[in-house]
Ligand binder design. Structure first.
Ligand SMILES: *Cc1c(COP(=O)(O)O)cnc(C)c1O
Length: 237
């Protein structure tokens, strides 16, 4: 199936899920997760109207970015775990970091953004399932609290909301409690009106569960497989 048709189909499903939840489809943006796919596939998605792209490795995207400069109104989001020693490179490459998963990384990104005189939009990644193997900050941890209380010192970061990858479940309904948990956490943070902490963005939902995520309040779904096809990791590092 061509990428353009996949995108058209996903947009229809986003619209239907939003309407079911009494929401407007304009409030749900579509991120095309292009990790492991070449620049050509990204250009095809761009031609079909995609403007927000998600990548998960600094090194891989460095190799692709040079061939994508003509897509001037596209935005590039880092959605994978970022090592602090790559913060500088990531700030150069990406429009936004949607996978901020530690206070230490926040400090590194803030310094790197200050160095180039940039305000960097970020999402705090929350590990809703408390899984060892996953990155993200625990929902009710001292680290999250410390990060939220440090924002006045992180003046080159613009916190825009939360992101999560719930534990994998065959049945998307099983992810619903985790999506709800992220929304409720967002609501608890929002009422505190912490200066420079914006909570409008809830990035949640992937190819197999994005409709449930939209019903639970997602404002950005991150879709890879359903747009670009199955990923082949054997050729990747
Ligand atoms: C790969 C990835 C996605 C996309 O997953 P699909 O199941 O292919 O849609 C979304 N979010 C993150 C953080 C990812 O790493």
């Amino acid at each position: 199936m061509p990428i353009s048709e996949n995108i058209a189909r996903i947009r229809e499903r986003i619209g239907a899920a939003a309407r079911r939840a009494g929401r407007s489809e304009k409030d749900v943006s579509l991120m095309a997760v292009s990790k492991t796919f070449p620049a050509d596939a990204i250009r095809e998605a761009y031609a079909a109207g995609a403007r927000i792209f998600g990548e998960n490795k600094v090194q891989e995207f460095t190799g692709k970015a040079a061939g994508l400069v003509e897509l001037h109104d596209a935005t590039w989001h880092m959605i994978g775990h970022l090592q602090s020693n790559k913060a500088g490179k990531a700030v150069e490459l990406f429009t936004a970091i949607d996978s901020l998963d530690s206070l230490r990384l926040a400090e590194k990104l803030n310094a790197a953004a200050a160095h180039v005189g940039k305000k960097l939009p970020v999402l705090i990644e929350i590990n809703v399932g408390g899984e060892q193997a996953k990155s993200g900050i625990g929902p009710d941890t001292p680290e999250l609290e410390q990060l939220l209380q440090s924002t006045h010192k992180l003046s080159n970061l613009e916190i825009r909301g939360l992101m999560t990858v719930p534990p994998f479940a065959e049945n998307p309904e099983d992810a619903r409690p985790y999506f709800r948990q992220l929304r409720e956490l967002r609501d608890r943070i929002a009422v505190r009106r912490i200066p420079s902490v914006d909570t409008d963005t809830l990035s949640m939902g992937m190819s197999h569960d994005f409709e449930v995520a939209i019903e639970e309040g997602s404002t950005c779904v991150r879709i890879g497989t359903a747009i670009f096809g199955e990923r082949n990791y054997t050729s990747q590092s």
